[in-house]
Design a protein around this ligand. Structure first.
Ligand code: NAP
Length: 361
């Protein structure tokens, strides 16, 4: 029996699977540095073939006896599926994961509302990693400082500005002063939002107002305050973060859906109005983004995460880096002739990911 146990201990088991071979190799190197032998198994071309089965996703294997220790080490690296600090989102890894030139936004100044947490943090890091200096704005300084530190570690400037986007005077003051301090303003990302699940018939007037005021009024206040600095900096780009259900509506999110639909219309109106001033205005609609407050509050809290993930044709939830890449594209010269667009980043979920024939599984 002892011999059998020994063989079990030596057996290789799967620790984690990844979308890309370089992610799996990064994790393997990290484990081996810590003295844990590990191997990566991938298809011969080293590519994933996205599909519903994921049979060819690169897998990281370790000896069963090392499994627990490897798991906790990998958690530190932030590489396990579902972690909220994935390797490609950390400041040191952004450029490795990015297909864009590192100097793409050199000399640009960007304002990101809600830029200290979740998707906003991912966007801020990506903009900074490609050369931009940042103004991070939200209510809570403690949410902003850690992201600002990550940005400074990249050698960029990061100003932290506590502001409630519902307060137009404070927004105006913050946007104008920060733009003056950094010598202009070129990119604005309206990412701040609030949301929660509520039956419409039970939603309080205060709850409705809070969401609409943060999402729709807040986006308008920031856009209005940013207009002159953007125009006077020679033009610029606004990217508003919406959501996939602006087009469809969504049960229990009437407040958020209505407010975000308003943001989409505002995006298009401003694109029409501000184009002659050289200001492009676009929107990015993320699907469900893993490891974020939104995913926790709206889907994980009601136990529907795996069901939702299974409905995404590309086979996984979005990540902050996916959304950040879309924002970077629209904000950069790559998007120079794009204005009024609504770019969906959801792995195909909103165009029919909910149904598949059995043989497609
Ligand atoms: P999050 O981490 O909760 O981000 C929301 C941010 O908004 C926080 O940093 C918060 O910072 C800031 N904020 C909230 N109220 C504010 C106010 N009154 N004034 C200024 N800042 C305020 O959530 P997230 O999930 O990353 O979502 C980010 C954006 O993506 C939102 O626009 C959301 O609607 C959109 N989105 C998310 C998902 C998803 O799956 N997570 C999907 C589609 C769209 P403070 O607390 O410091 O104010």
């Amino acid at each position: 029996m002892a011999g059998d146990e020994r063989r079990d201990e030596d057996e290789e088991v799967e620790l984690a699977s990844f979308d890309f071979v370089h992610e799996a190799e990064l994790a393997r190197g990290f484990l081996e540095d810590a003295g844990i032998p590990a191997g990566v198994v991938a298809d011969p071309a080293g590519q994933i073939q996205f599909g519903r089965g994921f049979s060819s996703r690169p897998r990281l294997l370790v000896r069963r006896e090392d499994l627990e220790e490897a798991r906790s080490l990998l958690r530190e690296l932030g590489s396990l599926e579902g972690g909220d600090a994935r390797a490609e989102d950390s400041s040191s890894e952004v450029l490795k994961a990015s297909p864009f030139r590192p100097d793409l936004l050199e000399g640009r100044v960007a304002l990101v509302t809600g830029g200290g947490t979740g998707i906003g943090r991912g966007i801020s890091l990506w903009l900074a990693a490609h050369g931009a200096d940042l103004i991070l704005a939200s209510r809570n300084r403690d949410h902003l400082e850690p992201a600002a530190e990550e940005i400074r570690a990249l050698g960029r400037t990061a100003l932290v500005r506590p502001v409630d986007v519902r307060d137009p005077e404070r927004v105006h003051e913050v946007v104008r002063e920060a733009a003056d301090e950094l010598g202009g303003l070129h990119i604005v990302v309206n990412n701040a939002a609030g949301n929660f699940l509520a039956r419409a018939e039970e939603l309080s007037v205060g709850g409705w107002r809070a969401v609409v005021e943060i999402v729709l009024d807040g986006t308008f206040h920031v856009c209005r305050a940013a207009f002159e600095p953007l125009r006077d900096s020679g033009g610029g780009a606004v990217v508003n973060i919406t959501t996939t259900y602006v087009e469809t509506g969504a049960a229990f999110m009437s407040h958020s859906g209505a407010a975000k639909a308003g943001v989409l219309n505002l995006t298009r109106s401003l694109a029409a109005e501000w184009g002659p001033h050289g200001i492009r205005v676009n929107a990015v609609a993320p699907g469900l983004v893993e490891g974020t407050e939104g995913a926790r509050r709206l889907v994980e809290s009601v136990g529907r995460l795996s069901e939702f993930e299974a409905s995404v044709p590309l086979g996984r939830l979005a990540r902050p880096a996916d959304v950040a890449g879309a924002v970077l594209f629209l904000a950069s010269p790559a998007g120079a002739h794009i204005s009024g667009a609504h770019l969906v980043v959801d792995g195909g979920e909103s165009v029919g990911g909910k149904f598949s024939l059995p043989e497609a599984d």
